[in-house]
Write a protein that binds this ligand. Structure first.
Ligand SMILES: Nc1ncnc2c1ncn2[C@@H]1O[C@H](COP(=O)(O)OP(=O)(O)OP(=O)(O)O)[C@@H](O)[C@H]1O
Length: 526
C-alpha cells in the first residue's frame, strides 16, 4: 500500500513542493511514527525541505552537520542508522516533534538514511518517534527500500526545477540555474513565493529596480538575490549606504577622484560606480541622498558616464542600479526632498517588500531559523517555542520586522538561561521571555540618548516607567556606550570603529541607527 501511494505520487503531475510533502506524509503514516523530515545538504548544513509531524518553525532551521552528531552519522552511511532509545547522542529534534498533551518532549526512537542523487550525497531522511520501541529491524530494511523512492522523487523535482529555470533563462544571459544560496530568503507563504518568482523575472531584465519596504524587511537580502540571479552575477555588486554618505564626501565616493583633487587626496581612487562596472550598484536608503548629490547621480545615470573629481575626461560605466528605500519616495518628491526625474529613473520597476505581519506563518519559519542560530551560539541542546509563544509571535505587529524578530528570539534565549534554564535541557521559550517591546516613538529616543551615562528608556514598558532597566535596556545601553567609545577612539571613523568592535561596518551603521546613536552624531564615513 505504501509502495503504491509513493509510486503514484512519483509519476503524478504535482508541483515539487507538494510531491515532497506527500512523500514525508505517506512515510509518516506508513511507519506510524511521530515525525518524518526530508533535509537537503547545503554546504555544511542540512536544511529541512519537507516535514510532517515537526513544528512548523523547524522549516526555518539550518542544522550544521558538525554540530549534530546524529545527522552526521546518518549522512556518513548508505544504510539505515537506527538510534536506540538510550542513545547518548543529542537529538536535533528534541522538543520539535508535535506532541499531544502529556506526551514527552524528548524523542525516544530515531532512524534515518542518507539520500544520494547522481552519485553525490543529496541529504537525509529522518524518522522520529516519541515512544520507545517504535522502530525495529524490519523498519530498518524497509527504510532502505523507500529511500530509493525518495531519491527518485528528489530527482524528479530537481529535473522539473532545472527545466523551469532553463525556460526562464534567455540563452544569451548565461543565467545560473537556481542553486542553493548562501543567504537564502526564508519563508514559505504564497505571498513571498509569488514575490520571489516575480523578482527572478525582473532580475534577468536589467531594469533598474526600486525595493520599497519598512525597515528590517530584508531589502538588502532581496537586492543580493536580484544580483545573483541576473546576467551580471559574475561581476561585483557594490553597495552604498546613502544615509551614511555625507554630502562633502559623496561625490568622490560615488565617482572617484584623482590625486590632489582635494586636500587629503594623496592618491587617485575609483568611485563606487567604476568599481561596479559590468555589475550592480546597490543604493541602500536612497531617500537619504542630499539633493545636490541626487543631481550628480542623475547625470551619471543619464549619460552612462562618470567623471572622477579633478579629472576632465568622463569614463563610460555599465552599471545596473538597484535602490532601496524605507520611506515613501513619492512623498519625498511631493515635499521637495527628492528629485522627481531621479525618482522616475530609479523606479522603472518598483517592488514592494511586504512587512513581516503580512507574511502569515513565515514568522514561525524565521523564528525557527533564529532559534537554531541561538541554540548553536549559546551551546544549548534544544531551543523551542511554547504554543503560547507561537501564538504571541503570530499576533504581534512587528514594527521592526525580521530584524526585530531576530533580537526578540536572541533576548528570550538569554533570558531563559539567566533565569536558570539548563543548557542540556530542552528549553521552551514562554511568552514572558519574549518581552515584546512597545513600538518606539522616534521623538522619545533622541533627547534621552544624548544624556551620556544615563539609563536610556528606549522603549518604556507600559506602566513601568520608574522600574529598574531590564536586560534588554542594559544590553542596549552597553552597546551604545561601546559604539560611542569606539567612535571617539577612532576620531569619528565608522570603518575604523567597526574594525575595533569586530563587526561588519554595515551592521554597525544599522545597529547605531537602531540604537539612536547615529542620528545624534554626524560622523564622517571613511
Ligand atoms: N526572508 C528572510 N529570511 C532570512 N533572513 C531575513 C529575511 N528577511 C530579513 N532577514 C534578516 O533580517 C535582517 C534585516 O534584513 P535587511 O538588513 O536586509 O533589511 P532591510 O529591509 O535592508 O532593513 P533597513 O531598511 O533597516 O536597512 C537581516 O539580518 C536579514 O538577514
Amino acid at each position: 500500500m505504501l509502495d503504491e501511494t509513493l509510486l503514484a505520487d512519483l509519476v503524478a503531475d504535482l508541483p515539487s513542493a507538494v510531491r515532497l510533502q506527500r512523500l514525508v506524509r505517506t512515510l509518516r503514516e506508513g511507519f506510524r511514527c511521530g515525525a518524518v523530515c526530508l533535509l537537503r545538504l547545503e554546504e555544511n548544513a542540512l536544511v529541512p525541505v519537507a516535514l510532517d509531524g515537526l513544528v512548523r518553525e523547524a522549516l526555518g532551521r539550518r542544522f550544521q552537520v558538525a554540530q549534530h552528531p546524529r545527522l552526521a552519522t546518518i549522512l556518513a552511511s548508505r544504510r539505515t542508522t537506527l538510534f536506540p532509545p538510550d542513545a547518548s547522542l543529542p537529538d536535533p529534534y528534541d522538543g520539535l516533534v508535535e506532541q499531544q498533551p502529556g506526551q514527552p518532549l524528548h524523542v525516544h526512537d530515531c532512524m534515518g538514511i542518507s539520500l544520494h542523487v547522481e552519485g553525490a550525497p543529496w541529504g537525509v531522511l529522518t524518522l522520529d518517534a516519541l515512544e520507545a520501541g517504535t522502530f525495529d529491524a524490519t523498519d530498518r530494511v524497509a527504510l532502505e527500500r523507500y529511500a530509493l523512492l525518495a531519491e527518485a522523487a528528489v530527482r524528479v523535482s530537481r529535473l522539473e526545477r532545472d527545466l523551469r529555470a532553463l525556460r526562464m533563462a534567455r540563452e544569451d544571459t548565461g543565467l545560473p540555474l537556481a542553486a542553493p544560496e548562501a543567504r537564502d530568503i526564508l519563508g514559505h507563504s504564497a505571498m513571498l513565493q509569488r514575490l520571489l518568482r516575480e523578482l527572478d523575472v525582473v532580475a534577468a531584465s536589467d531594469l533598474p529596480v526600486l525595493l520599497a519596504g519598512e525597515t528590517g524587511v530584508g531589502k538588502e537580502l532581496f537586492a543580493h538575490r536580484l544580483h545573483r540571479r541576473s546576467a551580471r552575477h559574475k561581476a561585483p555588486m557594490v553597495q552604498v549606504n546613502c544615509a551614511a554618505l555625507p554630502e562633502s564626501l559623496a561625490e568622490s565616493e560615488l565617482f572617484g577622484h584623482v590625486k590632489g583633487a582635494f586636500s587629503g587626496a594623496t592618491a587617485g581612487r575609483a568611485g563606487r560606480f567604476e568599481t561596479a562596472d559590468g555589475g550592480t550598484l546597490f543604493l541602500d536608503e536612497v531617500g537619504e541622498l542630499p539633493l545636490p548629490v541626487q543631481a550628480k547621480l542623475l547625470r551619471a545615470l543619464q549619460e552612462g558616464e562618470v567623471q572622477r573629481l579633478g579629472e576632465d575626461t568622463p569614463r563610460r560605466v555599465d552599471v545596473r542600479i538597484i535602490a532601496a528605500t524605507n520611506r515613501l519616495l513619492a512623498d519625498g518628491v511631493r515635499e521637495g526632498h527628492f528629485r522627481a526625474d531621479l525618482y522616475h529613473r530609479l523606479s522603472a520597476y518598483p517592488v514592494a517588500i511586504p512587512p513581516l505581519r503580512e507574511r502569515g506563518s513565515d514568522v514561525l519559519v524565521l523564528a525557527g531559523h533564529f532559534l537554531e542560530i541561538n541554540r548553536a551560539r549559546l551551546g544549548v541542546r534544544s531551543l523551542r517555542l511554547s504554543p503560547q509563544s507561537e501564538a504571541v509571535l503570530l499576533a504581534y505587529a512587528w514594527p521592526g520586522n525580521v530584524r526585530e524578530l531576530e533580537h526578540v528570539i536572541s533576548r528570550a534565549a538569554i533570558k531563559a538561561l539567566s533565569r536558570g534554564a539548563r543548557r542540556d535541557d530542552i528549553i521552551t521559550l514562554v511568552p514572558e521571555w519574549l518581552d515584546l517591546p512597545a513600538p518606539v516613538e522616534p521623538a522619545l529616543v533622541e533627547p534621552t540618548l544624548e544624556k551620556k551615562g544615563e539609563v536610556a528608556a528606549l522603549a518604556p514598558e507600559r506602566g513601568e516607567k520608574s522600574a529598574p532597566p531590564g536586560l534588554r535596556e542594559r544590553v542596549e545601553q552597553t552597546q551604545r556606550q561601546a559604539i560611542r567609545e569606539a567612535l571617539d577612539a577612532c576620531e569619528g571613523s565608522w570603518a575604523a570603529a567597526a574594525r575595533r568592535l569586530e563587526i561588519d561596518p554595515s551592521n554597525l551603521h544599522k545597529l547605531a541607527r537602531r540604537l539612536g546613536v547615529k542620528s545624534c552624531r554626524r560622523h564622517i564615513m571613511s
